[in-house]
Design a protein around this ligand. Structure first.
Ligand code: FE
Length: 284
């Protein structure tokens, strides 16, 4: 399998993110907010939570609904318990992934299962095409050992979704073709990933520093990668201390986005319906 990249993309913009709190007072950095939903279609939101202070996470995310998209939670440190109205119950531990397709509706809670220590990870929202927004909910816990990996020179790549260097990831999606990699790079190591120019892509560094072309990207920053016509992929180079980062990419849906909090549909009418269905108890 050929993983050569000859015309890599450059960084279009580096995003610092907004400090925010969600659920019952969980503090986090929102790197992908509503203003970037069109630019980063099919991705709707990305939160990075990372703290040693229990006061920042102990409240967790009590029962709340979702409709119309998928949530992907990737834990780096800490333990979080998931329970939902479909009867799923799972424990997220370091290195594990929870992939939940809310479809027509799920009510769930995500609560810390620890009273001290670090809690760190990402939650990504991936849109569903209009034809799938009302599908049956789907859920999968992917244990750390079940996330496929490959190792190269100074590189470990964990393939959560999509495919990288011939390794198929844990999850595939046809409409949005998501790529979700967790990259562990030794000092100075280089990583290349072929990618269609039309797919929207971003990198978030969570340890150390890396460079994309001649743009440096520091810890807790998100770099949006330009969709340069004629480009054939992405090349990253770790800084002198090495780097850990996620690389996320996907095929844009190019559909209207109507959002009201945890409901993401195509039209306002569908949003009114979602609120009505939730209030009438039709999402449980
Ligand atoms: Fe949720």
């Amino acid at each position: 399998m050929d993983s050569t990249v000859t015309t890599p993309r450059n960084v279009e913009r580096v995003i610092q993110g907004q400090a925010t709190s969600d659920g019952a007072g969980v503090r986090m950095t929102r790197l992908l907010a509503q203003d970037l939903q069109r630019r980063l279609d099919p991705f709707l939101m990305l939160d990075l939570f990372g703290t040693d202070n229990p006061g920042d996470y102990i409240g967790g995310f009590p029962d709340h609904p979702h409709r119309g998209f998928e949530t992907v939670t990737y834990m780096l440190q800490g333990r979080m318990r998931h329970r939902d109205s479909v009867g799923n119950n799972g424990l997220l531990v370091p290195g594990s992934v929870q992939w939940m397709t809310a479809g027509r509706g799920v009510i769930h809670s995500e609560m810390p299962e620890q009273e001290e220590g670090a809690m760190e990870g990402f939650q990504l929202w991936l849109n569903l095409p209009g034809r799938d927004k009302m599908c049956e909910p789907w859920y999968r816990d992917i244990a750390a050992a079940e996330v496929p990996e490959w190792q190269g020179e100074g590189v470990v790549a964990r393939v959560i979704a999509g495919a990288s260097h011939g390794v198929q990831g844990a999850v595939q999606r046809e409409a949005t073709a998501p790529l979700y990699l967790d990259l562990h790079l030794q000092p100075g190591a280089t990583f290349a990933q072929p990618l269609p120019a039309a797919h929207n892509a971003f990198v978030v560094v969570y340890r150390g520093e890396l460079a994309v072309g001649d743009t440096g990207v520091r810890t807790r920053r998100m770099a949006i990668l330009a969709n340069s016509p004629g480009s054939d992929g992405i090349v990253l180079r770790a800084g002198p201390e090495g780097a850990r980062a996620i690389l996320v990419a996907g095929q844009p849906l190019k559909e209207p986005i109507a959002q009201y909090g945890p409901f993401v549909m195509n039209t306002n009418q569908e949003i009114f319906q979602a609120v009505e269905d939730f209030n009438a108890g039709r999402m449980a």
